[in-house]
Write a protein that binds this ligand. Structure first.
Ligand SMILES: *Cc1c(COP(=O)(O)O)cnc(C)c1O
Length: 427
């Protein structure tokens, strides 16, 4: 494919029908693929052929979604998964065993914080959470001989701090381990992490990729940039006994990591994306560039509006000059994305109360939907963390998170104006 701009890639992607074939990506709702000859099938089992064998491992519709995401992010390959959480699990277990260690920013999404800090710990994988504003030296000091990855989020959820790619990338380079980034909230429209030293990208496709709140899914994308043959990742270099002796790095070159993720871990764990969900994500990507533009514009305007509202105490949005990582945001992002947080007069109680007075804006756990929605994390998504952990994760008790949709901005502002005035008028 020629070197088209991102907008064109969003619309047309990699899917190219042959003459007489459907213009729109078909849903191949088949678990199974027929072969005429056992030798052809044997080549599949030896990984000599890239044809489909069984839909736990690959499927034509899922492959098109993977190829489009790899194109948009600029990676060498991708593996879709049944959720964002499954994608993160896959990305880490592909290179970490019991006894290994990860360095992660403390401001990551609550679900990932739990996965790394609680669940993977039970598998013997240790994590050190670091303050992303700590110095390079302090973060690098968390490294151990067993460290296998450095992990962060482009836009922390819900703290909205922007990752200092340069600093975290340097830590990964010093430790000679891959730099893994969750790019869910930014999307490739706003930030291309592979251009900033990242080796592996993760998305929860459930959010902006889908954009319409229809499906749960995730994806791991390999930048193909990391040299696995450095003595730390023998499983990517030495022969794999479960594929009679292939070496991922020797046989698949820059696609070593993503090939192993598919043929070993997707095969064994089976956290596979369904073809129907892949179809919806692929459809969602066709308008991603347009939606992100409007999400950014509306969120910025709502943030400005809230900043000037007498009932509002504080507003946090990456593209507001008052934001603590504003300079980093301007350096790495084309827009501030669609998420903002704020606190109103009356604190946590007023925050909970606010929801009842909103009409257009719905209370949901989700974000990245084209409909405006709201959440009070301290009483919901982050309730399993201690207050100290909540604050570390950027969640104060009064914090309200808004996922600003693509409706008319005047209507959105009027909705918030009415609700905030109702709740704060007697304070
Ligand atoms: C939602 C989310 C996830 C988890 O994705 P699921 O699809 O819900 O499993 C991971 N990272 C970020 C930044 C998210 O917002």
């Amino acid at each position: 494919m020629r070197n088209y701009s991102l907008e064109t890639q969003c619309v047309q992607g990699t899917y190219k029908p042959a003459s007489g074939q459907p213009r729109v990506l078909p849903i191949v709702q088949s678990t199974t693929y027929q072969y005429y000859d056992s030798d052809d099938m044997a080549d599949l089992f030896d990984l000599k052929s890239a044809e489909h064998m069984y839909s736990r491992i690959s499927n034509p519709t899922v492959t098109e979604f993977e190829n489009k995401m790899a194109l948009l992010e600029g990676g060498v390959g991708a593996v879709a998964a049944s959720s964002g959480q499954a994608a993160t699990t896959l990305a880490i277990l592909n290179i970490c065993n019991a006894g290994d260690h990860i360095i992660a920013a403390s401001t990551i999404y609550g679900g990932t914080f739990n996965l790394l800090g609680v669940t993977l710990k039970k598998f013997g994988i240790e994590v050190t959470f670091v303050d992303p504003e700590a110095t390079l030296k302090e973060i690098a000091a968390a490294g151990r001989g067993s460290t296998k990855a450095v992990f962060g989020e482009t836009i922390g959820n819900p703290g909205l701090n922007i990752l200092d790619f340069e600093k975290f990338g340097k830590v990964a380079k010093i430790l000679d381990v891959p730099f893994i980034v969750d790019n869910t909230l930014a999307t490739p429209v706003l930030c291309k992490p592979f251009e900033h030293g990242v080796d592996i990208i993760i998305h929860s496709a459930t959010k902006y990729t889908d954009g319409h709140a229809t499906s749960v899914g995730g994806i791991v994308i390999d930048g193909g940039s990391f040299n696995w043959d450095n003595g730390k990742f023998p499983e990517l270099v030495e022969p794999d006994p479960s594929y009679h002796g292939i070496s991922y790095s020797k046989d698949f070159g820059p696609a070593a990591y993503i090939t192993k993720a598919r043929v070993q871990l997707l095969r064994d764990f089976g956290m596979t994306l369904s073809p129907f969900s892949a179809f919806l994500f692929h459809l969602g990507l066709e308008t991603l560039h347009l939606r992100m533009e409007r999400h950014c514009e509306n969120a910025f305007n709502l943030a400005k509006f809230l900043e000037s509202h007498p009932g509002v105490q504080w507003v946090n949005y990456p593209f507001l000059e008052s934001h603590k990582t504003y300079d980093t945001a301007r350096k790495y992002l084309k827009g501030g994305s669609g998420i903002l947080t704020f606190g109103i007069k009356g604190g946590a109680q007023a925050g909970k109360e606010l929801v009842k007075h909103l009409d257009l804006t719905a209370l949901v756990v989700h974000l990245g939907d084209l409909r405006t929605s709201i959440l009070h994390p301290a009483s919901t998504t982050h309730r399993q963390l201690t207050e100290e952990q909540q604050i570390k994760a950027g969640v104060s008790p009064d914090l309200i998170r808004v996922s600003v949709g693509i409706e008319n901005i005047e209507d959105i502002m009027a909705d918030f104006d009415h609700a905030i005035t109702q709740v704060t008028k007697n304070i």
